[in-house]
Design a binder for this molecule. Structure first.
Ligand code: S3P
Length: 426
């Protein structure tokens, strides 16, 4: 599907967005190995989280969906069944990496694969710690999906993550549920902590001290009712739209504001963004609140080190914002962007060039000049949801209508994106 986006004169209104992708994956996985029924409200509508549901169904778990309410009949740590065929993680790095931690502990072997993009993404980062725990995993060329996982008895480890990755941390913690003793994960930088929070909610013993997480193995997890907040990474596209399109005023309700996810709001505020956070409450251990945004003059600046890691999913849309800012945007320490759904340094740079902007590509970052005009262009998502959505926001600022090729990639995380964009823009 190609999508035509016309320049906007405002991005205003009051919206509610679908459930958080990261949190939905975790609730679905943990509910499956908890004992008894879990009801998950506002489950992500994205294809990625449905890949996770498809995998747990294939592992013998009953999953019922009614709109965005998902009911999962958990069968306990030992309740999964050997699947009839390969598990399909689709486009989802979170599914393959986190589920592998559970599969590594099963008394059967599984093969898990994904689409062409996922098949190019690095898996050694989970294979190494899982092998240390006693699992036997083989991969295409030693590091790419499909993975063949020969499950078995695991032992606990004390592991220092070489790359800051919440998916790898979560994979080890999920495997650690099955190990005797205490599993320890040490993070170089703090990454999103939804797994730690969710495991505690379902009854596991998890301790966090600074960047060291410890989990007591052989945990007993119990099914329960969970509410997923709206996805701040999806909200990011609308926040940037409202900031950039003059005369905009946008309210986004019920958004997840977990501090390990909300660096975006701090960085934007420091650049001069008029953003207000209201009605903050806690639900299932996660902070939730309302975000209101008014169009603002933005300074731009430098994103590096811990900030880059905390903002990694928002960099494509921040690159768009950078080009419209006063001073431009420099992003450093972002080598991880090269191994996301696409090489996001390359795909952001290519689409900026198509719009008449000349960024400088660095091996681990990108430098984008400020005060740029966006020329109408044909954009390519390259099959990457966040590229499709980031450049749809750029198109709102263009000097004529733009076409987004392969725009339906957005449905990997946010199928309603174009409908809501149409609703708030004029
Ligand atoms: C995610 C972690 C991040 C992020 C991805 C979702 C998660 O990946 O980019 O979109 O839910 O844990 P890494 O763990 O590879 O950094």
């Amino acid at each position: 599907m190609h999508q035509r986006i016309s320049p906007a004169t405002r991005a205003s209104g009051e919206i509610r967005l679908p459930g958080d992708k990261s949190i939905s994956h975790r609730y679905a996985l943990i509910a499956s190995i908890a004992e008894g029924e879990s009801r998950i409200h506002d489950f992500s509508t994205g294809a990625d989280c449905h890949s996770t549901l498809g995998c747990v169904r294939a592992l013998g778990i009953a999953v019922e969906e009614q709109g965005t309410d998902v009911t999962i009949q958990g069968r306990g740590l030992e309740g999964l069944k050997s699947p009839a065929g390969d598990l399909d993680a689709g486009n989802s790095g979170s599914t393959i990496r986190m589920l592998s931690g559970i599969l590594a502990a099963q008394p059967f072997s599984t093969r898990i694969s994904g689409d062409a993009s996922l098949s190019r993404r690095p898996m050694a980062r989970i294979m190494t710690p899982l092998a240390e725990m006693g699992a036997s995993i083989s991969a295409r060329e030693g590091r790419f999906p499909p993975l063949e996982i020969q499950g078995g008895k695991l032992h606990s480890i004390d592991y220092t993550l070489p790359v800051p990755s919440a998916q790898v941390k979560s994979c080890i913690l999920l495997a650690g549920l099955y190990a005797d003793g205490i599993t320890t994960v040490r993070e170089p930088l703090r990454s999103r902590d939804h797994t730690e929070i969710a495991l505690r909610e379902f009854g596991a013993e998890v301790r966090v001290e600074r960047r060291v997480i410890t989990l007591q193995g052989r945990a007993r997890l119990t099914g329960r009712e969970m509410f997923v907040p709206s996805d701040l990474s999806s909200a990011a596209f609308f926040i940037v739209a409202a900031l950039l399109v003059p005369g905009s005023e946008l309210v986004i309700k019920g958004v997840g504001l977990n501090p390990t996810r909300s660096t975006l709001l701090d960085v934007l505020a420091a650049m001069g963004a008029k953003i207000r956070i209201l009605d903050v409450a806690e639900k299932n251990g996660e902070l939730v609140g309302q975000i209101s945004v008014k169009s603002s003059r933005l300074r731009g600046g430098v994103i590096e080190r811990a900030e880059t890691a905390a903002l990694i999913d928002e960099i494509p849309v921040l690159a768009v914002l950078g080009a419209a800012s006063e001073e431009g945007l420099m992003v450093r320490d972002a080598a991880e962007l090269r191994v996301k759904e696409t090489d996001r340094i390359a795909t952001v740079a290519e689409n900026l060039r198509r719009m008449g902007i000349q960024p400088e590509e660095l091996p681990d970052g990108i430098c984008i000049p400020g005060r740029q005009r966006f020329r109408a262009a044909t954009i390519d998502s390259f099959g990457d949801h966040r590229i499709a959505m980031a450049f749809s926001i750029a198109a709102l600022m263009a000097d004529g209508p733009c076409e987004i090729r392969d725009a339906d990639a957005a449905s990997v995380s946010f199928p309603e994106f174009f409908r809501i964009l149409d609703q708030v823009t004029a």
